[in-house]
Ligand binder design. Structure first.
Ligand SMILES: *Cc1c(COP(=O)(O)O)cnc(C)c1O
Length: 356
């Protein structure tokens, strides 16, 4: 049975990645040992660490001004770790509130400095991306959430901001071409578009570090992990290995440019189908629509159960909207195949034709 997995996270990964990861659990690199039981200091695992770091650099064209780190604690820990490392007491940072994850980032940042919400889309239920066209030079940094997993909005273009820029890219990293040079810190929990839960990717510009006065606990200091190649303590070996496999898959499939093309095509098909239906609508409009998380609703909620049943009958799984938004959400990350999106589009179409 072919199941079409539209869950928002932990999310779909390429089938070949699951296969290789499963093989390595039983016998890693032909060593007769599981990936789960070898030392993280062994030669074979060190190669995994090097390869995973270098693939991130290669796929995103990252130069030596930046370090790539694989950490633990999820994107949620980066909400405070970033501030701990670059925001002095007394400094002010600018935050953009585009929904649930931004709000959580704001709440944590407040422990470490003054936080100003310089733009918000809360007035319209987070259905758009606010314009960022002011002078931000008085702020230590600005923080954005490039893709809003729950509300289904995404910055079509990364704004030009005249201060340091920090971004939560948990749900759209590697989904499109990216000029890393615009950013000072990028972080992403792996479980949306990179690998399994348990590892967090951080890309940090080295020269912004070492400038705060506070004492930073060893494990929360980016410098610790930079100097130890993400292996100061035992790293999450299996999530890192699986992430490496998915980066290899991405490289073999045209890199981020290839992913961007496929993602555009998938999103266009789905949004067009929704826009052309009479029963459904997408609350987010135009360029602000996420190409990763397609949020859609019924004009008449009484059809909800029937639609979920027909999605289920077509093996489309995980399309219930986030509890704070309602309706439906189809997450169509890198590993989601166009054929699966076609199945969902057909499901929407025929439901519309039969009920509408
Ligand atoms: C899922 C998600 C998070 C939370 O990630 P964790 O790794 O669970 O902490 C943060 N930000 C965004 C945009 C997300 O999609």
């Amino acid at each position: 049975m072919n199941t079409h997995n539209f869950y928002a996270g932990p999310a779909i990964l390429p089938k070949q990645v699951f296969k290789k990861a499963a093989d390595a659990v039983l016998n890693f690199n032909g060593l007769g040992l599981s990936i789960l039981e070898i030392s993280h200091r062994s030669k074979d695992f060190k190669e995994v660490m090097e390869k995973s770091h270098s693939l991130v650099k290669e796929l995103l064209n990252i130069n030596d001004d930046y370090e790539v780190l694989f950490l633990t604690g999820g994107a949620s820990s980066q909400f405070y770790m970033t501030c701990m490392n670059i925001l002095n007491n007394g400094d002010t940072a600018a935050y953009v509130n585009t929904g649930t994850w931004s709000k959580k980032a704001i709440a944590e940042a407040k422990h470490f400095g003054n936080i100003e919400v310089v733009a918000s889309s809360e007035d319209k239920g987070f259905t758009y991306i606010p314009k960022l066209d002011q002078d931000y030079s008085k702020y230590k940094f600005a923080h954005i959430t490039t893709n809003n997993t729950i509300f289904g909005t995404q910055y079509a273009e990364i704004p030009n901001i005249n201060t340091q820029l920090v971004a939560d890219m948990s749900s759209d990293i590697f989904s499109r071409r990216l000029d890393v040079n615009k950013f000072d810190v990028i972080y992403a929990g792996a479980q949306k578009n990179l690998g399994p839960a348990g590892v967090t990717l951080v890309i940090v510009k080295k020269d912004i570090l070492g400038k705060v006065e506070r004492e930073i606990p060893t494990m929360l200091d980016y410098q610790t992990h930079i100097s130890k190649g993400s292996a100061f303590n035992t790293p999450p070996v299996f999530p890192i290995y699986t992430s490496m496999l998915s980066l290899e898959w991405l490289k073999e499939n045209g890199g981020v440019e290839g992913a961007e093309k496929r993602n555009n095509e998938k999103a266009e098909l789905l949004y067009n189908t929704i826009d052309n239906s009479s029963l459904f609508f997408a609350p987010v409009l135009g360029d602000d629509r996420s190409k990763m998380n397609v949020v859609f609703k019924l004009h008449d909620d009484s059809h909800t159960e029937a639609f979920l049943a027909s999605a289920n009958a077509n093996n489309c799984i995980g399309i219930t909207g986030h509890r704070s938004v309602g309706g439906f959400r189809a997450s169509i990350y890198n590993a989601m195949e166009l054929d699966s999106v076609k199945v969902l589009a057909e499901t929407i179409k025929s439901f519309d034709a039969n009920q509408g």
